[in-house]
Design a protein around this ligand. Structure first.
Ligand SMILES: CC(C)(COP(=O)(O)OP(=O)(O)OC[C@H]1O[C@@H](n2cnc3c(N)ncnc32)[C@H](O)[C@@H]1OP(=O)(O)O)[C@@H](O)C(=O)NCCC(=O)NCCS
Length: 152
């Protein structure tokens, strides 16, 4: 079983971050390396997964760009990245995902956020996703999820 360690991204990782996020068909907007943490294979140093927290103009923050390269999936890489980002950035966080991934994020304390609890950024994104991404799919929808700040 290979080991993985986490490290902050550097400027040298920017091109790979964009490549991996695009290849995974995850939202390609706002991919700035200083916001990212990477999981790397301890044996060869190759990037196995990544994730970030984005800050939006309406003041909300979003856990985003959670991607594990296919060869490293189902080995706990994304779980490590998510747990680390939540540790580093306490406070209210949102995320969006397709509904099939809801149970994965529930493990970390995220719950579906009704529209009344969403910020303008997420209301707009959910509206666009309904029109452009999920209009033809009855099996999946976009979930907006929220995690409240852990109680001290
Ligand atoms: C979703 C993803 C990040 C999971 O990464 P991972 O490193 O394999 O995840 P972990 O090993 O930490 O956890 C595995 C869990 O992920 C969940 N999961 C993985 N792929 C899933 C899928 N296609 N549908 C639903 N749940 C899935 C399962 O709950 C699984 O739980 P299990 O261990 O009980 O089977 C990875 O499959 C991926 O990169 N997918 C493509 C990009 C993507 O959709 N990213 C999420 C954006 S919101």
């Amino acid at each position: 079983m290979p080991g993985f360690r986490l490290r902050p991204a550097t400027a040298a990782d920017q091109a790979l971050i964009v490549e991996l996020v695009r290849a995974a068909h995850v939202n390609p907007m706002d991919l700035k390396w200083p916001n990212f943490v990477l999981a790397v294979d301890e044996c060869n140093g190759q990037v196995a997964g990544l994730g970030q927290v984005k800050s939006h103009r309406d003041g909300s923050r979003e856990l985003a760009s959670i991607v594990t390269v296919p060869a490293c999936q189902n080995q706990g890489v994304a779980s490590r990245v998510v747990a680390h980002l939540l540790d580093q950035r306490p406070g209210v966080l949102y995320l969006t995902c397709r509904s099939g991934l809801g149970p994965f994020y529930e493990r970390f304390g995220f719950r579906e956020a009704p529209e009344a609890e969403q910020t303008p950024y997420f209301r707009r994104l959910a509206r666009l996703a309904r029109i452009f991404l999920f209009a033809s799919r009855s099996d999946e929808r976009l979930l907006v999820m929220r995690r409240d700040a852990p109680q001290a």
